[in-house]
Design a binder for this molecule. Structure first.
Ligand code: GDP
Length: 473
């Protein structure tokens, strides 16, 4: 396929690969970097498209600047359990869902859109850090802004920290919603102080992160929160081209007894319409109908619009990229290609870890990356801090450790998802991974290393960073 696209003979491509000591068959898959080298060597001009486009296998052209139009922000709410994520989502929705004329019954479709002073805002309605990072791990950027909910009477808790780590790793700006302000024990300044520990410096503390004191229960200050979201999105200058074939992401999907496979698609570019042939991950279909969160039929869905799509042949997975293709034959071709890739990937994972120290080093050498990401879990705060400090000191001009998250407690599935999104290994100090985490790590090829001596841990990371990896233990 690669040779075809260059209008070269496949055998010539294979010859060049052989010169590089890559003995490959015509059906083998090569990575983007290798492809680039070869294309250049053969005298072609390479234009890199985004990683997610490569993933879809559709190589869509980036849209030119003059085609871009402002689009609504997409917001995800994260935070510790019971701090009010669901209540806030509900309060925001009930106050101003963009309902159709008939005002249908609100349904949970995984995302919804509201209107604030004539501006739309899309909320992803599946709270949970895992969902967020799972999408990112699949190369999809789903969210423009994260609302971090912290209960004013409880303060920063472990999952608050986790949420911060996920948002920071994804490089998504955070707005802090200090919730439950109606409660007698509410202490917002404590929340602001505690956030400093995770480098969230709100405006009142001299930083740039916006915070809003709200009560989801009483509906207090929700307007202000929405205004702040709009303000933040203005800064981000969110744009997309609505006049092209649609691309997007699956936010939620399930097999409905009556309706067959149903997927909520968040359109990111272009406009989706009934009759379009779409591919999502390794499933395809023809859009039979599109419904909004009020159950109304929708004829068009432009950028940032979430719609429930009927007409898939099978059920795609949350996080799958969606793209419209020209015809059914093309859809089948892509789906078959991806199913084959999935099988190959499964065998690669079985034979070697992706998020391992060794792999990380290879990547460092390959790309000249200067950061060494890892996730660190330990048994007590003191030792976690000591390790973080020691790892920071290891940094040189060329390479430094980037601790995506450090925390106290056992290794959980959420840690693995976070690690996967950055293809980072997980380090456990005097803690173990639970069963779900172990299974997820095995499935996703994430290495978990256990230590009980700080010196050993630091030494291994140092060795990995400087290219002198100690043998697997
Ligand atoms: P989630 O786990 O983060 O989704 O939290 P929920 O939205 O389920 O809220 C947990 C509990 O806190 C529920 O009993 C809510 O009624 C309560 N709650 C949520 N927001 C507020 C608030 O602003 N004030 C008060 N007093 N209670 C709230």
């Amino acid at each position: 396929e690669f040779a075809n696209r260059m209008t070269e003979r496949a055998v010539d491509v294979i010859k060049i690969l052989m010169k590089q000591d890559l003995m490959l068959k015509i059906t083998d898959v090569i990575d983007a970097d290798t492809a680039e080298l070869i294309a250049v060597e053969m005298g072609h001009t390479v234009k890199r498209v985004s990683e997610s486009d490569v993933e879809t296998g559709l190589f869509s052209e980036p849209d030119s600047v003059e085609t871009l139009q402002a689009r609504p922000p997409v917001v995800t709410i994260m935070g510790h359990v019971d701090h009010g994520k669901t209540s806030l989502l509900d309060a925001l929705r009930n106050s101003r869902v963009v309902t159709g004329e008939a005002g249908g019954i609100t349904q949970h479709i995984g995302a919804y859109q509201i209107e604030q002073a004539g501006n739309k805002i899309t909320f992803i309605d599946t709270p949970g850090h895992a969902a967020f990072s799972q999408m990112r791990a699949r190369g999809a950027k789903s969210t423009d802004v994260v609302i971090l909910v912290v209960a004013a009477d409880d303060g920063v808790m472990p999952q608050t920290k986790e949420a911060i780590a996920h948002a920071q790793a994804a490089d998504v700006p955070i707005i802090v919603a200090i919730n439950k302000m109606d409660k007698p024990g509410a202490d917002p300044s404590r929340v602001r102080t505690e956030l400093l520990q995770d480098s969230i410096v709100v405006e009142a503390m001299g930083g740039e992160v916006i915070d809003v004191e709200v009560s989801a229960k009483e509906g207090t200050n929700l307007d202000k929160l929405l205004e702040m979201i709009l303000l933040q999105s203005e800064v981000l200058e969110l744009k997309a081209n609505p006049d092209r074939t649609a691309e997007g992401i699956v936010v939620e999907a399930q097999l409905d007894r009556g309706r067959g496979p149903v997927a909520t698609v968040l359109v990111q570019k272009g406009t989706l319409r009934p009759g379009d042939i779409i591919v999502a991950g390794s499933e395809w279909g023809r859009v039979r109908a599109m419904l909004d969160e009020s159950g109304n039929q929708v004829k068009e869905a432009g950028p940032s619009k979430p719609v429930e799509v009927l007409g898939f042949q099978g059920t795609p997975a949350a996080g799958d990229m969606v793209a419209v293709v020209e015809n059914e034959a093309r859809a089948r071709e892509i789906v078959e290609y991806r199913q084959r890739q999935l099988r190959e990937k499964a065998s690669v994972v079985a034979s070697g870890a992706r998020g391992s120290l060794e792999e990380m080093m290879n990547r460092l050498q390959d790309t000249g990356h200067k950061e060494f990401p890892l996730v660190l879990k330990g048994d007590v705060q003191g030792s976690v801090e000591a390790i973080v400090q020691a790892l920071k000191e290891l940094g040189t001009d060329e390479v430094s450790a980037r601790i995506l998250m450090s925390g106290v407690g056992g290794i959980t599935e959420s840690d693995v998802t976070l690690a996967l999104a950055s293809k980072a290994p997980i380090i456990g100090f005097n803690v173990r991974a639970n069963k779900q985490a172990r299974e997820a790590a095995r499935r996703d090829g994430i290495e978990i290393r256990y230590y009980n001596i700080i010196y050993d841990l630091v030494d291994d990371i140092k060795a990995a960073m400087s290219g002198l990896l100690s043998p697997e233990r």
